[in-house]
Design a protein around this ligand. Sequence first.
Ligand code: NDP
Length: 358
Amino acid sequence: MPTTETPVLVTGATGFVAAEIVKQLLEAGYRVRGTTRDVARSEADGHLAALSGAGERLELLEADLVDPGAFDTAVLGCEYVIHTASPFVLDVEDPQRDLVDPAVNGTTSVLESVSKTEGVRRVVLTSSFAAMSGEPKDSPWSEDDWNDVSSLDSGAYAYSKTMAERAAWDFMGDNDRSFDLVVINPTGVIGPSIVPRLNQSHSVFVSATNGEIPGIIDLSFPIVDVRDVAKAHILAMENPGAAGRYLCSAETRSMRQNFELLKEAGFGERYKLASLPLDNALGSVLVRLVSRTQPRGTRDFVRRSLGRNYELDRSKIRTELGLEFRDADQTVIDTMTSLENWGHLGKKTKVGAAPSRR
Ligand code: NDP
């Protein structure tokens, strides 16, 4: 049951992860105040207004991460703030302007607005596993790790998330603040989306059905279901003992594992699933060569991830927040079913775009 009658602020409420957080907060009886840069676009998309309880307990305000003071009004009267807004796109024109500035300045801006009010008790920040994983290492990744390899020129999205999380901890510093900070670091988030627009982490599944990915590549992704990520944020908000960072991930899966599962589930009969076996030494040489023709963000991602396997230590989130993760096979199937229902599969929908038909 909700512990507060005051609204929970969710920044970037329209997005894939945040919309699921809004849904679960409303289901739990909370009042929710969401921010977006464009209320009219959100209303046209309609996914937030359609949520049960939205009519009575959801309000939307406009706020842009790069406008100083943009969150001053939004935080007023809130006890909890869940700061999720941050651009998640791999391919951008100008990484500083399009990724780092909104991620870092936006995080600082939200924390500054919070520190000007009395009421907020906790800020839960959506960081990323991208802020943890650096050079390959033998021991499992955990909350002790920081990404010290990404830069503006290589892995700019991961760099934006690292810098934003660092800025948040620096802001808290040793200051005696009237609120605390808890951080969730999800790995690749997939699972069913309540948002019609295509998000970055789902785009690889779409690319596998529209010819953009020619074959099965030697890539492994640690994944987590969006429903578990949303739950993690709410547990981190409600649990008085929650502290520090929480690596949030179900399992590391290879592209081959996912594709074999999808074929078994019948998706290969409806879509031309990539099948050329490129997850071998020769295939990886070819993939490296072809990646040179890709935009910088995609190229960096492929090169950095090719042939890597990620072992993760997920004990902190399990022990301290009591989170148990959903079955990863089901998450992969639910992802494809959701993308199919939104009409994205087999199409060349761009990240951030709405489906051409439902
Ligand atoms: P989406 O693109 O679906 O959502 C991102 C949200 O950020 C949008 O709703 C957008 O709101 C908001 N946003 C972007 N730029 C600005 C800006 N300049 N000012 C205000 N709001 C802005 O991405 P996800 O839901 O996938 O990601 C949400 C969060 O989770 C991000 O912080 C991301 O880094 C993190 N994350 C995601 C992972 C994933 O695999 N999906 C993995 C790990 C972390 P609007 O357009 O309405 O203004």
